[in-house]
Structure formats: C-alpha cells, structure tokens
Write a protein that binds this ligand. Sequence first.
Ligand SMILES: Nc1nc2c(ncn2[C@@H]2O[C@H](COP(=O)(O)OP(=O)(O)OP(=O)(O)O)[C@@H](O)[C@H]2O)c(=O)[nH]1
Length: 645
Amino acid sequence: MSAKTDAFKRQVLRLAGAYLVVAISVLLALGWPLHENYLRSRVEVIEAREQGYLSIADHMVHKEFLEVAGDLGVISTSAVLTDFLDQPNPLHHQRLTLALEQVVRNYGRYVDLQVQNLQGQPLVQVERVALLQQNHLSQVAASGANPATVLRISTPVFNSRQRQAGILQLEFQISELLDAFAKVMARNPFHQAMLVGPTGEWLSPGSFLMGSAIPLAQSNFAQQYPSVWAAMSRQRTGAVQTAQGLFLFDAIHPLEFEASPLPPAAVLHHQGMTVMASQPGGYHWRSVILVPQDFLEDTPFLWRSHGPLVGVLLAILVFVSWILAERKVYANVERAREQQDAQEIAALYDQAPCGYHSLDTHGYIIRMNLTELGWLGYERAEVQNRLRLTDLLTPASAAHFKKLFTRLKVSGQLRDIALDMVRKDGSILPVLLNATAEMSPQGEFLSSRTVCVDMTEIQRLQKALERKANTDGLTGLCNRRHFFELGVRELSRATRHHRPVVVCMIDIDHFKQVNDTYGHAAGDKVLVVMARTLAQQLRDTDVLARLGGEEFAILLPDTPLEIAKEIAERLRTALADARVALDDGGLLHFTVSIGVALRHSSTTTLEQMLRSADVALYAAKTAGRNQVHIAASDGVAAKENSLFV
Ligand SMILES: Nc1nc2c(ncn2[C@@H]2O[C@H](COP(=O)(O)OP(=O)(O)OP(=O)(O)O)[C@@H](O)[C@H]2O)c(=O)[nH]1
C-alpha cells in the first residue's frame, strides 16, 4: 500500500514538475517582450526626465552668468566709475571703493573686483578675503578649492568723454552656482549630475549623493570617461550608453545670451583661456547626467516592486500544477483500473464455466461467450449477428424454444429450460437455459441474456445414478424397487391392451447349504451365474429382477400361461444345467423352485400376483423342490398344474 502511494506521489511530482516548467516557460515567453518593452519605455521616460534636468542646468548657468554680466554692465557704466575715471581724486576713489565693496558684500560670488589703468595696474581693488577680515567675519572663501571654479572677466571702461580710461575686472566664483546645481540635481537620487569645463575638467564633483564621489583633484572627466568625452567633443548634445550606464550630455554656452548683455569688448579668462564676448560660442561647459546601469535595468527595482507578486504567482503555479498533476495521475490510475476491470469482466464472461449468449428481438445471437462457442465448435464471427439460436437447436428444441421465446418477451424470464443444441460437427449438446429479458423503460423487449449449462455430464451422472438405484449390485439385474416400477407400468399396459401377463418367482433350493458348505462368496457366484443364465433365456421385453437374497422374479408381458409354463420349465432346466466354477477348481450345480402366477383380471395388482407366485413357489418347495408350480386362479398353487422334472 505504502509502495503504491509512493509511486503515485512520484508520478504526481514528475508531472507537476513538467507542468510547472511549461507554465514558467509560457509565462517567460509572454512576459519577456513585456519586460523588454517596459525597460525600453522606462529608458525613454528616464531620458525625457533627464533632458529636463539638463535644461535646468543650462538655465541655472545662464542665469548666473547673466547676473555677472549685468553686474559688469552696471559697474562699468556707473557714475562713481565714470567720475573716478574723469577725476581719479581720493574722494572718487573712496566712493568707487565703497561701491565695489557694496557689490562684493551683496553678491557672494565675487572674489576680486579691480579697476585698472590702461597698463593693467590696479587703481582700485576690493578683495573679498580682505573685506571679510576687515569686517571680522569668518571666512568662508572657497578660493583655491578648485581653480576651475574661479573665472575672471574684464571689460574696458570709459570716462565721460567716451574715451577708454581703464579696465574693469571681476573675479567670480561659481561655487554658489555649483551648490545650487547640486541641490537641484539631488532631487533625483537615481542619477549623477556633473558640470564639466571646456577641457574636460570637473567643475562640480562627479557624484553628489549616489555612489562614491569622484575626487576632483585625481582625474578629470575626460580621463575618467574617454569614450563619453569623445562623443561629447563631436556633438553638442546626445546620449552614450556605457557599461556604467547611460550618459546624457548637453553643451552649455555660459556667455551666449539672447540679447548679449556683455559689452562687445569683454574678455573672459578661465584657466588660461581667453574668450572675447564677441565670440561667446568659443567657450562652453557640459552638463552631464549618468543614469547607473543597474537603475536602468531596474532588476532590483522590479524585484522590490514585483518580488512578492512573483512569489505569490509561483506559489499559485506550484499549487495548481500539483492539483492538476494529481487529478491527471488519479484519472490515469482510474482509467487503467477500469480497463483492467473491463478486461477481467470480458475474461470472466468469455471463460466462465457456463455459456452466455444474448439474443435480439428476432432471436439472432448478438453475443456469445467463448465457452459456449467452444462447446458448439464455432468461431465468434460465424455466429454473432449471423445465426439465430434456433439455428443451433435440434428441430424439436427449436420448435419448443420458439414458443418459450415468445413467452420470455412477456414474462421477462425463463427458468431451467432443457434444450438440445447441435454442435458444428452435428453432435448433440444437451443444455439447461436460464434467460432474462432486458426491457426498455416503456416495457418493450430489447434483448435477452441467457446462461446455459452443459448438461452432458449431468445427464450421464443422472443416468448412472438412476441405473445404480434400479440395479442389484451383485447381479446387475433390476432390483426390487425398479421391478415394481416396471411391473406396474407393464400391468397397466396389459390392462389397456387386454394382454396376458405372468409373474414367476424363483428361489434356489437349499441355498443355505451352499453358503454353509462353500462359503458366502461361492453363494454369491451362484447368484451371479443364476442371473446370467436367466437373462440369457429371456426376451428383452421380459423383466428380470432379484428381489432379495436368493429370490428372483420375472414378469413376462404378453405371455399366456401355457407359454409361461414352458418358459419356467426351460429356465429351471437351464439353471439345473448351469455350473458354478469354485475357487478351488471344483464345479457346483444347483436347482431352483419356480412359482408361476397369471393375472386373472384387470384389478389384480402386482403385489397380489407376486403373492400368488410366492404361494406356488412354496408349493414347489414343499413338493420336493427343483420344480415349477402354477398358482391357482384363487392364489393357491394347483397341484394338477404342477410340472415335475
Ligand atoms: N451367498 C449369498 N447368500 C445369500 C444371499 N442372500 C441370501 N442368502 C442366503 O440364502 C439362504 C436362504 O436360505 P433359506 O431361506 O433358509 O432357504 P434355503 O436354504 O434355500 O432352503 P429352501 O429355500 O427351503 O430350499 C440363507 O442362508 C441366506 O443367508 C446373498 O446375497 N448371497
């Protein structure tokens, strides 16, 4: 039982595994394009969003430079500067100095403001560091932190007669810009935003919040990402996919304004680079955004957001696969069992020890089992739907069955019907049938199912038993009971036909002496010899019986008394002549006495006749034995009729 259960479980496990593999394969096949599409659209969304950030960067840089240009314009055309250039006296110097100090104080971006003479020597100078020290303020100067973040811009300045009288120079830091840039870009924690200078140097750190920050001093962007830098050198804006992720970049031209606020002669100095305001396109930065590859592929994100869902889905798939597999295996087992049952039933039907057949409404055989076919010597194809049952019966049985079949259609069953079937070789097969009708719900006959038993052996046994019951075991003659059966039948026939009937009673003389002298076995031999001798002397129609002991009776039908006398005498003589061979080689002979009685009227019974014959026999014994006596009509032995041999 346990082994069977284990095998069942193993089958279920294998099938469930196969179902699971198929289900997952189908889901992957269907889900992969969706996943790819999802990633593609995700990249598109990311690109669009990051383009927005690049625009913000562009806008911030321009705003910063616009303010610087504005400051430059305001200072260069201010009255305090013009007054100073017209009359560089201490008062004007002081007023200009105060004005420039005001600018430095108000705007944290300026590191140094100078008004120089035409030879470039400073006439008025305000340094942020000195100013802060002078005001006892803590110094927060970023000077020297990153040389790339300090820019100098200068423009010629004119006196009131519009003659160039000096140069105005501003040194400003972009650290505020970079801080603001960092803050804005940090709104999206899933990217790195950078500002890169004209020669690939970092303006802002390579990383603000995500991952490890790239040290500014150790490398520059061009060295760090040469392939991206090469693409950035070729085109103003674009995107480059690398192993680290997706780089989106855009060129920023800080000096390009829609309506140029810079004086045409303004010059920008940045790390040895000199840019005239009339050629602003020659100076540009790049804003760069790196979207890391793992964020692009989003696998962790996918797993985070869909992991539990995938887990639940997998659990459901496992559960459903198991249930389906279990049902399938159970159905297979059931089907196999049903097939086995059907085969067993077919084998039971075909190989039953009795015959089975079914008939349709016309009596045609629609099914017959192998046992019955074997009895009859036919193949199934020769019989089924080809022959009627009556074709396989003797004419008498066929006629009988036709009537019974009609009755079956009404009564629904037939019990213990004895019929004679005819084998293919012509021999007779006695059978006993029990049939049941299959009826429709409306009560119409559909078919009959019949069980047949081969009666050959039973009949043989019956006959043997009958024979044994009717026969005397020692002599093989009829016994007393059977003698009475046959005798009564003969008497009734004789009565019907008014024919004479005679009964003889025969008894061995001094049989006791035979037994006593030669033994009981010798006595038996005498009885056997006597039976054989009598049988040889009589007709087939005569009834010879041993009634018991050494007493025999004979019924002679159609025999007048005169003939009966002759027969009795012939029997007596034949017995007297008979010899019995003894075991010691000797021969024994014996005599009998016979009493004969004729039936005198139709009312005389066999018992009465036997009694009369017995009286005659007794008379014969009394008269000396070995003789025949005829019973008188009144039952007394008549001496005058006696025959003495
Ligand atoms: N061997 C043998 N003896 C039997 C059988 N049946 C009866 N006997 C014997 O037959 C004898 C009959 O003897 P009785 O009836 O006295 O008569 P009897 O000796 O024949 O003398 P009578 O008839 O007067 O001539 C008995 O000894 C029985 O034992 C039998 O089947 N076999």
